[in-house]
Write a new protein. Structure first.
Length: 427
């Protein structure tokens, strides 16, 4: 079964062709519903289907080269035991019962936030039910009218959703180009911009596996009195001291805000926004995704607390992942003539969507869970296999997968596109 679902879109959803002829009534649900109610939706889905971009849900199957469970914590005995203790020993409620501002605030939420702030080196932390909602809330709430958001062109979809709701102006900057950010802010200032610039980036990009020039971006932020917002979604738990992230050395600065996702390497769910006290207080008072959402389960908080402790005490998982990544880069260098990246995200760019879907399907049929990523998640002409290296596979599994990939590409006479020279992460 083909599993070609695109996630973590780096762009806004595509608008479908509205000129398509309407669906006939017999294609709609029967009953008392207005037969015209969902014509637009039918047309949109048909347009996706014609373009080969209709998404489907499918059960997970095969060796894991697709997930973001980089350290293998999602299925770990430690997190299972933490949840069991939370239920049986601590008698924690399954649900929070309401929003944090009503009766949903629990000591587990506050303990997690205090421990997270201490672990990451920030002054405060605020926990959201998902990294997506945290990022969207951050971007939509903190920048104000008269401010400017300068965002990397490959930023997460959640940031785009936040920008759809912001009152600030927005401007795209070239990917991983600190000079582009500086020039954009400079031009805005010259045109009369007087508010606060917000520089919005990821530390490690989800579809390319490359790393942002954080020190150069911090210098730009200092030069223009800007706020630097760093999404650490794919770095948290893996890079930096004890897995504190690639921006660990910038944490605690007054003009730096970081987002740490808890549903990737940490193996649970949720997102932590870390920054100065004014950031937490303002979000509590103004972020609709925080104010009106039911608070995350206290049991989940207990699991995230355990994951953060494991980052500090576990001596095997990070070195194992580092070895798997190193091995993968060597194998890809051997079979492809280049290593797609030096991180756990290995993009095999094939270009044509049909080729990418066919290769992914062939690898899935051979027992490797590898997904095709297509526009609009990535730019037109850059459809790719996003191969994730995790602790859920061994070096032998990586060898077998790489051999199967090479054979499949050779059979179909497809040559991958070599990306730009990747940056090396600081562990």
């Amino acid at each position: 079964m083909r599993r070609d679902v695109d996630t973590h879109s780096a762009s806004l959803p595509e608008r479908e062709d509205r000129a398509t002829s309407p669906q006939t009534g017999d294609q709609l649900s029967s009953g008392n519903a207005n037969p015209d109610a969902f014509q637009a939706q039918h047309r949109a889905l048909k347009a996706l289907e014609r373009r080969g971009r209709l998404r489907h849900l499918a059960p997970r199957d095969g060796l894991d080269f697709a997930s973001n469970d980089y350290l293998g914590l999602a299925t770990s005995a430690e997190l299972r035991d933490a949840v069991t203790r939370a239920i049986t020993n601590d008698k924690l409620k399954v649900g929070s019962g309401g929003s944090r501002l009503l009766r949903g605030n629990h000591p587990q939420h506050e303990a997690l936030e205090a421990e997270a702030a201490s672990f990451f080196g920030s002054q405060t932390a605020l926990y959201f039910a998902s990294g997506f909602s945290a990022n969207a809330a951050l971007i939509s709430t903190l920048p104000q009218r008269g401010d400017l958001i300068v965002f990397d062109e490959l930023i997460h979809a959640s940031a785009h959703d936040g920008m759809l709701q912001t009152k600030a102006a927005t401007q795209k900057a070239a990917h991983n180009d600190a000079n582009s950010f500086a020039e954009t802010i400079e031009q805005w200032r010259k045109a009369g911009g007087h508010g606060t610039p917000w520089i919005v980036v990821e530390s490690l990009y989800s579809m390319d596996g490359d790393i942002a020039p954080l020190d150069a971006l911090a210098s730009v932020a200092d030069a223009y009195n800007a706020v630097l917002v760093i999404d650490e979604a794919h770095a948290t738990g893996i890079y930096g001291p004890d897995g504190r992230g690639l921006a660990a050395h910038l944490e605690g600065r007054e003009h730096v805000i970081t987002l740490h996702t808890c549903g990737k390497a940490l193996g649970v769910m949720g997102g932590l926004i870390c920054g100065p006290p004014i950031v937490k207080e303002f979000l509590i008072n103004r972020a609709r995704a925080f104010i009106y959402a039911t608070a995350p389960s206290p049991i989940v908080c207990a699991a995230v607390r355990t994951a953060l402790k494991l980052c500090q005490t576990d001596t095997k998982r990070r070195p194992t992942l580092e070895e798997n990544i190193k091995h993968a880069t060597q194998v890809f260098q051997k079979h492809l003539g280049f290593a797609p990246s030096n991180t756990q995200i290995q993009p095999i760019i094939l270009g044509r969507e049909a080729d990418t879907v066919a290769v992914a399907s062939a690898l899935q049929n051979k027992g490797y869970d590898i997904r095709a990523i297509r526009p609009p998640t990535v730019a037109e002409g850059t459809a790719r296999l996003r191969i994730a290296i995790t602790n859920n596979v061994t070096t032998d599994d990586i060898d077998a997968m790489a051999n199967a990939l090479k054979a499949t590409l050779t059979d179909r006479q497809i040559r991958p596109v070599q990306p730009l020279a990747p940056a090396s992460p600081a562990h």
